[in-house]
Design a protein around this ligand. Structure first.
Ligand code: FMN
Length: 164
């Protein structure tokens, strides 16, 4: 198949729309203050050592702060946290407005964590790889809190929010 053209972007996007993903809010804190954005491109890579990846658009305002701080929080959202996902998923809302919503605490290593996420983790960025428009951040979780077992998760599927 030497002469195959790459898949057109719109076909790729339509195919990926059918790949259900958990919705998270990725946060960081440091000299530049608190930052966070909605991310569904978060998944497990390996359990030895425990490693996840997070794909961050380099145009996202949080990107530079993640790189500078080298640490991040991952908040896996419950199905009733859709409004938080919308708030953290749009450039229309500044960081003050975003963090005014939801109940936040500082984690063990200082990352902003939701008190009522499904699970929250604090992680160290171990490696970064630039691919196209995004940086793939390979992160090692240092702590995890299991906060809710009584509720389903928020999922992004077919360009809409669903329950896990
Ligand atoms: C459901 C959903 C999932 C998203 N997943 C990602 C993602 O995995 N990576 C990413 O860089 N942006 C993702 N975004 C877009 C960012 O959240 C958004 O671009 C970001 O908040 C931009 O605002 P800012 O640059 O003002 O922070 C997602 C948005 C939504 C609504």
């Amino acid at each position: 198949m030497p002469d195959r053209l790459p898949l057109p972007k719109h076909v790729f996007r339509d195919a990926m729309a059918r790949l259900a993903s958990a919705v998270t809010i990725v946060t960081t804190d440091g000299a530049g203050g608190r930052h966070g954005f909605t991310a569904s491109a978060v998944c497990s890579v390996s359990d030895d050592p425990a490693t996840l990846l997070v794909c961050v658009n380099r145009s996202a305002s949080t990107h530079a702060h993640l790189v500078a701080n080298g640490l991040l929080g991952i908040n896996i959202l419950t199905h009733d946290q859709e409004s938080l996902s919308t708030l953290f998923g749009s450039s229309r809302h500044d960081m003050e407005t975003r963090f005014a919503a939801g109940r936040w605490k500082r984690g063990e290593i200082g990352m902003p964590l939701l008190v009522d996420a499904l699970v929250s983790m604090e992680c160290r960025i171990a490696q970064m790889q630039e691919v196209g428009t995004h940086t793939v951040m390979f992160v090692e979780p240092l702590c995890a809190e299991f906060l809710r077992s009584d509720i389903s998760g928020l999922v992004w599927f077919d360009r809409a929010y669903r329950r896990a």
